[in-house]
Write a protein of this length. Structure first.
Length: 357
């Protein structure tokens, strides 16, 4: 839980004229870290509630349990800096979502709900500062499904956010587990967009090398398993109008999908569990194109369809694609697919007016 005690700093910036319009490129994968976090007022003395400490110029340390978790630059919270970077990269709009670690499913439900509310308020404030440049995705405390549904309701209907970001697992339980179905049913009912990002991925004990390999090698496996769980767990079949996107190009899902489809074709018991062909279900999902390679992106478009892939950069972190628009423009795809990739698919996923199929 938190208390507003002056520690919270409203995002800077405001609306200004821009040459970019509704037809410009939308970056669906960008993250926000608040300039500060409110003082913890919950009941657990050892709660891993984050705080911020000034570091070198224009940077701050994210502190958790007295240790530096990550050092982030002011691009993570300063709207003017973001807009300047967007202009330089020819990005018309960014979809803002929390730094995934801030989803903090390991907090007690009361604390998790308070953190989600603070993140949602922060992101809504950033969107309000430049509504023609930013679209907001918030957070929900999925460690408590009822609270998650309540916070989704608030985020969408009170704050006007387009939806929320969630992790691929919640304390080790994949999102395709039936316990999370009421949340996805609510998201489908309210037309909320869902963005799935890796968090505390499986397989870390198998990595050999520096800690940064978590993002490089473990994230794809985690996001692929998360997407597959939505198929094998039956959630996608039960929520056919759910608009859900998977980061990092769907991770390992394209490879897993071929195996899953073959097994579905060959094995009767699997068809009994998964009533619709896995390939068809996967082609109803959305994916960012954050694969860092033209051949891989073209392959993803070919497999999932030109209406399902969107531009994503992972701004403002070190692993980001520094030229997502240029990478998309260089793809060897049909000319008529380019407007879909640059923005039309994102607008449809986000449920924005004027979206085209």
């Amino acid at each position: 839980m938190y208390q507003h005690d002056g520690a919270r700093v409203a995002p800077t910036g405001g609306s200004r004229p821009t040459a970019h319009g509704q037809c410009g490129c939308i970056d669906v994968h960008t993250h926000v870290v608040p300039h500060d976090f409110p003082r913890y007022v919950g009941s657990r003395a050892d709660a891993p509630w984050p705080s911020m400490v000034a570091a070198q110029a224009c940077h701050r340390h994210v502190m958790v349990s007295g240790k530096v978790y990550r050092t982030v630059s002011d691009h993570a919270w300063d709207t003017w800096r973001r807009i300047a970077d967007m202009d330089a990269a020819d990005i018309a709009q960014q979809v803002l979502s929390p730094m995934p670690e801030l989803l903090a499913y390991w907090l007690d439900p009361d604390d998790g709900a308070a953190m989600a509310r603070y993140l949602n308020d922060t992101i809504a404030s950033m969107v309000a500062s430049a509504p023609h440049r930013f679209i907001g995705l918030g957070a929900v405390p999925l460690q408590d499904v009822d609270r998650a549904v309540a916070e989704l309701d608030h985020a969408v209907h009170q704050l006007g956010l387009a939806g929320v970001e969630i992790a691929g697992n919640v304390n080790g339980v994949p999102i395709g587990d039936a316990r999370f179905r009421p949340f996805f049913e609510a998201a489908e009912r309210w037309g909320a967009a869902i963005f799935v990002h890796p968090l505390r991925p499986a397989g870390l004990e198998r990595l050999v090398g520096p800690a940064a390999l978590e993002q490089v090698l473990a994230f794809p496996g985690e996001i692929g398993l998360a997407a597959a769980s939505m198929i094998t767990g039956g959630t996608l079949a039960r929520c056919p109008r759910l608009r859900i996107a998977f980061s990092h190009g769907g991770g390992s899902l394209p490879i897993l999908l071929a195996r899953l489809q073959h097994a579905w074709d060959a094995l009767g018991p699997l068809r009994d569990v998964i009533g619709k062909a896995p390939r068809d279900l996967a082609r109803g999902l959305y994916y960012d194109d954050l694969l860092y390679d033209a051949t891989a992106i073209v392959s993803l478009i070919g497999l999932m369809g030109p209406t399902q892939v969107m531009v994503g950069s992972d701004y403002p972190f070190a692993i980001m694609d520094k030229d997502p628009v240029g990478r998309a423009a260089a793809l060897d795809v049909r000319d008529e697919w380019m407007p879909l990739l640059r923005g039309a698919n994102a607008r449809r996923w986000l449920g924005l007016e004027g979206a085209v199929p």
